[in-house]
Design a protein around this ligand. Structure first.
Ligand code: HEM
Length: 156
């Protein structure tokens, strides 16, 4: 959803924050006196960056095990668990920040992403000490993570 304001178009997507950097706290009727829009934008972008570092850790950990997965000897490396936890924390913070900044949040999209991440996190956590994870289960975590990336960027 997009709204027009005197300093440009704004929407819930990350890129839209860039054009609203000039407004300060309470510059807009009904906006409330939170952080100035500029500071809030920086904070949101900071957490989007941390969110992406979480994806890198989760998906990167998976990719390092691809060859082993083919041989049935893959394991959930710590980077995958830490990445999944980072996704959960930064995702929840992003929802809060966007709501505080009066940005629309797509609850269905977030709900679907959260549901997939709960499955990912559950599997990675429960099997974290197993030295060999069966091919199908390991592949499922990679597939769900990839699905979440596409949901995040294509569901607008
Ligand atoms: C494996 C799991 C996840 C992946 C791969 C993922 C991926 C992404 C990506 C690539 C972005 C930036 C793209 C954009 O802003 O258009 C993003 C943004 C965001 N994510 Fe996630 N995410 C995951 C889990 C979560 C969870 C669990 C939550 C909430 C509890 C969440 C909440 C958000 C929010 C609020 C944004 C910024 C606004 C938006 O674009 O909807 N994400 N995510």
């Amino acid at each position: 959803m997009r709204r027009f304001r005197a300093d440009g178009w704004r929407s819930g997507a990350m890129g839209a924050h860039i054009c609203s950097g000039m407004a300060g706290a309470g510059d807009w009727p009904g906006e409330g006196v939170w952080l100035g829009s500029g500071s809030m934008d920086v904070l949101i972008h900071l957490f989007v960056a941390l969110h992406i570092i979480g994806i890198a850790s989760l998906l990167g950990g998976f990719l390092t095990q691809m060859k082993a997965m083919g041989q049935g000897t893959a394991r959930f490396v710590p980077a995958m668990l830490h990445g999944a936890l980072t996704m959960l924390i930064t995702g929840a913070v992003l929802v809060g920040l966007n709501q505080a900044d009066d940005q629309p949040v797509n609850n269905i999209k977030i709900g679907v992403k959260l549901a997939l991440l709960v499955v990912i996190l559950g599997l990675v956590y429960v099997k974290r000490d197993e030295e060999r994870v069966e091919k199908g289960l390991f592949g499922l975590v990679g597939a769900l993570t990839t699905a979440n990336v596409f949901i995040a960027v294509l569901w607008t």
